[in-house]
Design a protein around this ligand. Structure first.
Ligand code: NDP
Length: 459
């Protein structure tokens, strides 16, 4: 049977673009169908603009400590300048992504697509059908919005980047990556910021010491934390929005933002009609090679509900192309994924938390808390926290957790030895870089405490 293309990719985000580029570089005839801007969530309204805004917000801390080094800074901030500069940069990246697709010969169709069968896709706006040997769904996800009265008054991370003006105050609901990162952005830019979270501490699932340290860092920056509560209704209150909480209390805010997770983009794609199996949360069910229940249809990235991180989507897209177009069957290893929360303080994590590790085997825990050198001349008391968790017998490093300046950069490098099954002795063999925060990783002497048969000893 002949097809128009070897591969149709629906969605021009991180996973789809990587898969399309790689497949084309292996000689496949590829088309990417994207209804919005090439680059996807990460480039257009996710990681990239977020990190730019994180940089913008961090000047506040830097100005605060500058006087301890003899600088006098008279600073003011202009939101429209940041929004315009961000827009210029993501437009540049969008063009770069587009030309990176075009170089190996990938065709781009700017339209919405819908599956009409295992090998066919309707291009809705142009009302034409394309066929391909394989179809890759890489449509990402969108913010989940709780179903409460007045929910339409709130923003999500989609809108936060392009607000016409900074609000005087903001209430952010959620306790995950987006809530924490945007709270530090807004607070750093001078917005009176509150987080409301249904749980008892932010970043559920992360190492407890990091969660406690992060909480203290947020509070030190004036962010108010409300735990054990949710927003049950929103309504207009003059120029503000009045939020009602689950305990019945109401309070006005300049803006309200939901950061309550993300939902896979599988609605209206014709997936069910094409026979593609979906999980309860709407994600496409795939095997280790990203193949769906329909053999010719694959899916990568957030739409599969596996691990919603850009580098993971990119790896899935790459291995999809290896498997199908380079005769090199590859499955992504999800075992050891480093991750960073670009909050202030910043958090970098890889491997098991203390609780997870102690539940698996006997472990030694190396823990240090210290004032980052940048703060030592000022009155700031905030501590940086570094924790290394090792297995008792061989000393294999099972987890590394870093809270403080540069944590994201450091954890990327720790991922290399950990991926090679490094032990504490391997870390110790490395010569320290002095003075640095990272040298703590290679200069731990005795464990701070241990776990034997799940029981904590010492510490
Ligand atoms: P997360 O899953 O990280 O957090 C969602 C938060 O919303 C949780 O605290 C959750 O509570 C809470 N929540 C969920 N449903 C409700 C509800 N109905 N009412 C009240 N609270 C609710 O999602 P995010 O939106 O923060 O981010 C989405 C994903 O994007 C992340 O998981 C991450 O994979 C990725 N991301 C990565 C970043 C990075 O690498 N730096 C940055 C931003 C996003 P509970 O804890 O109780 O479940």
């Amino acid at each position: 049977m002949s097809f128009d293309y070897d591969l149709i990719v629906i969605g021009g985000g991180s996973g789809g673009v990587r898969a399309a580029r790689m497949a084309a570089s292996y000689g496949a005839k590829v088309v990417v169908v994207e209804e919005y801007r090439v680059g996807g969530t990460c480039v257009i309204r996710g990681c990239v603009p977020k990190k730019l805004y994180v940089y913008a917000s961090r000047f506040k801390d830097q100005f605060d400590v500058a006087s301890s080094f003899g600088w006098q800074v008279d600073a003011s901030f202009d939101w429209p300048t940041l929004v315009a500069a961000k827009e210029k940069e993501i437009t540049r990246l969008e063009h770069a992504y587009t030309s990176n697709l075009q170089k190996p010969g990938v065709e781009i169709v700017k339209d919405r697509a819908r599956l009409t069968g295992p090998n066919s896709v309707q291009i809705i706006g142009q009302n034409r059908e394309l066929t391909a040997r394989y179809i890759l769904v890489a449509t990402g996800g969108h913010p989940f919005i709780p179903d409460i009265p007045g929910a339409e008054l709130a923003i999500t991370s989609n809108e936060a980047f392009d607000l016409p003006a900074l609000p005087h105050s903001i209430l952010i609901e959620g306790g995950g990556y987006i809530a924490v990162e945007f709270a530090t952005i807004f607070a750093g830019l001078g917005v009176n910021t509150t987080i409301v979270y249904r749980g008892d501490r932010l970043l559920r699932g992360f190492d407890e010491d990091m969660r406690i340290g992060l909480e203290a860092g947020l509070e030190e920056r004036g962010i108010r934390l409300i735990y054990g509560s949710t927003i049950t209704a929103l309504s207009h209150a003059g120029d503000d929005i009045s939020a009602t909480f689950s305990n019945g209390v109401t309070a006005p805010y300049g803006a309200v933002m939901f950061a309550t997770g993300r939902t896979p983009n599988t609605q209206g794609l014709g997936l069910e009609e094409a026979g593609v199996k979906l999980a309860g949360n709407g994600a496409i069910v795939v095997d280790a090679y990203s193949q769906s229940s329909v053999p010719s249809i694959y899916a990568v990235g957030d739409v599969t509900g596996r691990v919603a991180l850009t580098p993971v989507a990119i790896r899935e897209g790459w291995y999809f192309a290896e498997t199908l177009f380079n005769n090199n069957r590859q499955a992504v290893d999800y075992g050891l994924i480093p991750t960073a929360v670009f909050s202030e303080p910043e958090l970098g994590v890889i491997g098991l938390s203390e609780t997870e590790a102690a539940g698996k085997c006997d472990i030694d825990v190396y823990l240090t808390r210290f004032r980052p050198m940048i703060n030592t001349l000022s009155s700031r008391t905030e501590r940086m926290i570094i924790k290394l968790i090792t297995e008792k017998d061989e000393g294999k490093v099972l987890g590394c957790h870093i809270l403080g300046p540069g944590a994201g950069e450091m954890i990327q490098l720790v991922a290399i030895p950990m991926g090679m099954n490094a032990t504490k002795a391997d870390f110790d063999r490395a010569m320290a870089v002095h003075p640095s925060a990272a040298e703590e990783l290679v200069t731990f002497k005795a464990p701070s405490y241990r776990y034997r048969k799940g029981e904590k000893i010492g510490g």
